[in-house]
Design a protein around this ligand. Structure first.
Ligand SMILES: Cc1cc2nc3c(=O)[nH]c(=O)nc-3n(C[C@H](O)[C@H](O)[C@H](O)COP(=O)(O)OP(=O)(O)OC[C@H]3O[C@@H](n4cnc5c(N)ncnc54)[C@H](O)[C@@H]3O)c2cc1C
Length: 464
C-alpha cells in the first residue's frame, strides 16, 4: 500500500487498499488523473489504483458510504471522459492487467486494465489473436464492454464475439463469475451494455488462430470517385478483409510525399486475415482506385497494426457517429465537399464496412443489436480551445445529419453526449428494456452511472 499523505476521514477506508491511492497533492496526481482526450480536466478526490478484487470492493464501498461519484477507468479512452470525475473516486484498473494464456485450449484470462496492444503482443508468439479496435492504447475493459469493432471484425466478429466470460464486482460488493451458465442475463448485458453493471476485473476470451496476416496503411488521393470506390470495394471484399478508411487531410507523415501534406486523402488501414496470395487478390481493387501516395500494406505480424503511440498525445475533437447502408456517388460528393470547405486543422470522415462474422451473430444474442448495419461512420473535427470547439461542432453535426437524416442508432463506443434519444436508439427496442431489467437486478441504485447510462427498470434512484 502507498498512501502519499493521510487521507481525510471520509476516504479513510481507502487506506486499506493494497494498490496505490493517489490524492491531490501527490506528485503523481496530475499524471494519474489524465485521460486520453485533451480538454477533460477533472480533479478526483482520490484515484484508487486497485491491485485486487478486495481493493475494488473497498473503493466501491468507500464511494457509496461517502456519497462520492464513482468513475471506472481501464485504458482512459472514453470519448466523453466518463472514466474520471470532479471530486469523486476513480477506480483505476491499469495495474490489474495480468494476461494468462492457455495456448492449447486457445483461451485467455485478461485483466481489464490491459491495453489492446499489450494483449496482442502477449498473444503474438502463439499466432493467436483477439480482435480489438484501431488503437493499441485503448483499454480492454472499455472496448470489450462496448462491443469492440476493429481490424478483424469481418473475419472474427466483434470483441464480444470472442468473450467466454468475465468476473465482476457489483455495487453491493459481490464478486461474480459470469458466463453462459452463470448469471446469463448479466453475461448478455456485459457484451455491449458498457460499464452499467459493476467493475469487471477479468475477461475470459476465446483466442483465434492467425498464422498469416497482411496489413498496413494505404494512402490514396481522395476524390468523390475514389471515396465511393473505396466504400464499394470495402463492402464487396471477402470477409478476411476489414478496412478503416479515414478521409482527411494528409498528415505530415514521413512516408507521405511533402506536396501531398494537407491535401485530402483516404488514409486507410487495411487488414487481411489470411494467406499472402489471397491478400494480394483482395487488396487489388483498392490499389486500382488510384496511384497510392503511400502503400505500406505488406505481409507480417498482426501486432504491426499497433505501432507505438505517443503517450502524451491529447487530442481535442468533436465527433458524431452513425450507421449508413453504404456510400454512393452522391454521399461521396457530400463527404468530399464538407471536408474540402472546412478549415479545421484536422477533420475526418471515417468509414468502416461491417458484415461478415459480425453480422452472423443474432441481434438478440448480445446487448449490441446492430448486427445488420452495413457501415459505421465517424465524423470528427479537431479543435483548439472552447471558441474553436463551437465553430467545429455545427460542421460535424451537419455532415452527420446529411449523411444520416433518419436513423439515430449509434455504436455506444463512439457515442458522445448526444442526448437520451440517441442512447435509446443505440440500445433500440427490446435491448433497452432487457438492459434496464439487468441493471435493476445488479445495480438497482444506479451506483455505476458515469457511463452511457441505462437507468434501472422501475426508476431506480441514486443511492450512493
Ligand atoms: C483513439 C481511440 C480509438 C478508438 N478506436 C476504437 C475502435 O477501433 N473500435 C471500437 O470499438 N472502439 C474504439 N474506440 C472507443 C473505445 O472502445 C471506448 O472509448 C472505450 O470505452 C475505451 O476503453 P478504455 O478502457 O480505454 O476506456 P475508459 O475511459 O477507461 O473507460 C470508459 C468507460 O468504460 C467503462 N469501463 C471501462 N473499464 C471498465 C471495467 N473494467 N469495468 C466496468 N466498466 C468499465 C466505464 O463506464 C468507463 O467510464 C476508440 C477510442 C479512442 C479514444
Amino acid at each position: 500500500m502507498t498512501v502519499t499523505k493521510s487521507l481525510p476521514s471520509i476516504l479513510a477506508p481507502l487506506s486499506q487498499v493494497q494498490g496505490r491511492v493517489i490524492t491531490p497533492g501527490d506528485p503523481n496526481y496530475d499524471k494519474a488523473r489524465a485521460v486520453f482526450y485533451g480538454g477533460i480536466d477533472k480533479r478526483p478526490a482520490a484515484i484508487a489504483r486497485v491491485a485486487s478484487v478486495d481493493d475494488v470492493r473497498r473503493a466501491i464501498a468507500t464511494a457509496r458510504a461517502g456519497g462520492f461519484e464513482l468513475a471506472v477507468r481501464s485504458g482512459g479512452h472514453s470519448v466523453v471522459g466518463h472514466s474520471t470525475t470532479d471530486g469523486g473516486i476513480v477506480i483505476d484498473l491499469r495495474d490489474m492487467a495480468k494476461i494468462e494464456i492457455d495456448a492449447a485450449a486457445r483461451t485467455a484470462w485478461v485483466g481489464t486494465g490491459a491495453t489492446a496492444s499489450q494483449v496482442t503482443a502477449a498473444l503474438a508468439p502463439h499466432d493467436l489473436v483477439i480482435g480489438f479496435g484501431d488503437a493499441g492504447s485503448v483499454g480492454v475493459g472499455g472496448i470489450t464492454l462496448n462491443g469492440g469493432i476493429g481490424f478483424l471484425v469481418r473475419k472474427f466478429g466483434m470483441t464480444i464475439d470472442s468473450l467466454l466470460g468475465a468476473e465482476i464486482v457489483t455495487a453491493d460488493g459481490r464478486h461474480l463469475r459470469v458466463d453462459a451458465e452463470h448469471e446469463p442475463e448479466l453475461f448478455w448485458a456485459l457484451r455491449g451494455g458498457g460499464g452499467n453493471f459493476g467493475v469487471v476485473t477479468r475477461f475470459h476470451f476465446q483466442l483465434r488462430p492467425l498464422p498469416q496476416f497482411t496489413g498496413g496503411i494505404l494512402v490514396l488521393p481522395a476524390t468523390p470517385e475514389t471515396i465511393a470506390g473505396f466504400a464499394a470495394a470495402a463492402m464487396a471484399a471477402p470477409e478476411e478483409l476489414s478496412t478503416i478508411g479515414n478521409i482527411m487531410p494528409a498528415p505530415p507523415a514521413p512516408f507521405i510525399p511533402t506536396d501531398v501534406h494537407g491535401r485530402l486523402v483516404i488514409f486507410a488501414f487495411i487488414a487481411f486475415a489470411g494467406d499472402d496470395t489471397a491478400a494480394t487478390r483482395a487488396i487489388a481493387p483498392f490499389r486500382a482506385l488510384a496511384t497510392p501516395h503511400a502503400d505500406m500494406v505488406k505481409a507480417g505480424p498482426y501486432l504491426a497494426m499497433y505501432p507505438p503511440e505517443d503517450p502524451n498525445y491529447r487530442p481535442t475533437a468533436v465527433a458524431r457517429t452513425l450507421f449508413i447502408d453504404g456510400i454512393d456517388q452522391e454521399r461521396a460528393e457530400t463527404i468530399f465537399t464538407y471536408l474540402s470547405k472546412s478549415d479545421a486543422k484536422m477533420r475526418v470522415a471515417q468509414i468502416r464496412a461491417l458484415g461478415g462474422a459480425m453480422a452472423r451473430v443474432p441481434a438478440d444474442a448480445t446487448a449490441f443489436a446492430h448486427r445488420s448495419k452495413p457501415m459505421l461512420v465517424n465524423v470528427a473535427a479537431f479543435y483548439d480551445g472552447e471558441v474553436d470547439r463551437e465553430i467545429r461542432r455545427p460542421w460535424v453535426t451537419e455532415l452527420a445529419r446529411v449523411l444520416q437524416p433518419t436513423d439515430e442508432a449509434a455504436y455506444v463506443g463512439f457515442l458522445t453526449d448526444d442526448g437520451p434519444s440517441r442512447l435509446r436508439a443505440t440500445y433500440a427496442g427490446a435491448t433497452w428494456d432487457r438492459l434496464a431489467k439487468v441493471k435493476a437486478t445488479y445495480d438497482p441504485g444506479n451506483v455505476f452511472r458515469l457511463n452511457q447510462n441505462v437507468p434501472p427498470e422501475g426508476g431506480g434512484h441514486p443511492s450512493l
